[in-house]
Design a protein around this ligand. Sequence first.
Ligand code: ATP
Ligand code: MG
Ligand code: MG
Ligand code: MG
Length: 478
Amino acid sequence: RNMTTAELREAFLGYFGQQGHQRVASSSLVPHNDPTLLFTNAGMNQFKDVFLGAQDNGYTRATTSQRCVRAGGKHNDLDNVGYTARHHTFFEMLGNFSFGDYFKVDAIRFAWTFLTEELQLPKEKLWVTVFEEDDEAADIWINQIGVDPACLSRIGAKDNFWQMGDTGPCGPCTEIFYDHGEHIWGGPPGTPEEDGDRYIEIWNLVFMQFNRQADGTMEPLPKPSVDTGMGLERIAAILQGVHSNYEIDVFQTLIKTIAERLGVNDLTHASLRVIADHIRSCAFLIADGVLPSNEGRGYVLRRIIRRAVRHGNKLGASEPFFYTLVEKLIEVMGPAADELAKQQAIVEKALKAEEEQFARTLDRGMAMLNEALDNLKGDKLDGETLFKLYDTYGFPVDLTADVCRERDLSVDEEGFEAHMAEQRARAQAANQFGTDYNAAIKVEGSSEFTGYQSLEGAGQIKALFAGADAVESLSAGQ
Ligand code: ATP
Ligand code: MG
Ligand code: MG
Ligand code: MG
């Protein structure tokens, strides 16, 4: 079957709705119930307290299409963007959840039925993994579902055992992979070639089965639960008969728009993929209340925006373009962009401000960097240059590293950190007042963000500009 990304999202939620699952809206990218988490990175985040038994939502089955960001923090896919066929900083995770209701048999059966009957995927292209000690799951796959044992592998804890933290709920996973064909390099999961892009992981089913105690013992949970996650863009690629996520409808529309705006002819240019990816994470993060700043969530956002702007610069952009993509993004995301659409003007304004600010130093920074790279001895850029680019030209280290990687060079992060530590010590000595400019724009994890109130009156946006000036005067004065 051929399906658009929007149809697929709906098919998933509809299928699990029919199986008695409550349809729940995506939660914010800023996790309000978990201060330990940088950004929402999985569908289960908003149900953490339900899984822990501390919250009862009045249903035991739920289904969502959750917006996720994996940039910074524990799961960081930022450096994969532009390099793999399957990673984004922002993606939608389709999920079905059982809170002490059904367990392994039904979870596996639902997933298999959805893929092979609803979506009619050919069974012989699907591969599965189970946790090496989980005989129960292996038995269900082989004896109840009828999967060929040659297409099942047993995997160790690193990939197939999930835990919420060092203690608490945990349990084995089973994952489903799709074989995109032998013309693509890579091997099945569990083989040395698994990191190739031939066998792509599409769905992870987590069985919350134990409660790990502080002393390491595993107590069986009285009511085991299920948490699953499937990348919408990955399954869309399969349904649309393409290999890379970046070839699906949503991304092709974005990529064409960017190419048109920048006058680029080669639609396969990696920078187009990077920009198309980054506009999604940046726009949705701002819509969820994050603004560019010099620390925490805001700094991750700033880094992503600046990386996108640098890629635009590489493609020859001569004026701000990144913010102009928001409109097209809203159009291609359909109902998933309902909240973003309400905040469109403010999101564009914040992006434009950041882009304009960075544009003032980008060309000069790039000139300095290119010169340093042309004269580089060895294959590692030194900490002093990294620091100067950061301090004078506003180049986050990962941005400089991104440029270096294009030339197969690396950066001396430790050397950079040493310069940073020195500067902090100097700044502390000089600034007895301890003014923290960024405090004004920090998004508190605990406070619920309910949208910017109005374009001009929004305190957050005023703070953004105040913050921008502060950042500039800080670096100008040093
Ligand atoms: P991978 O091994 O490919 O990096 P993962 O094991 O880190 O994926 P999970 O944490 O199991 O991913 O998340 C559940 C599902 O979400 C994955 O099976 C995949 O379909 C999707 N997914 C995970 N990370 C990304 C990403 N960066 N971009 C797009 N989809 C993703
Ligand atoms: Mg991953
Ligand atoms: Mg994986
Ligand atoms: Mg996984």
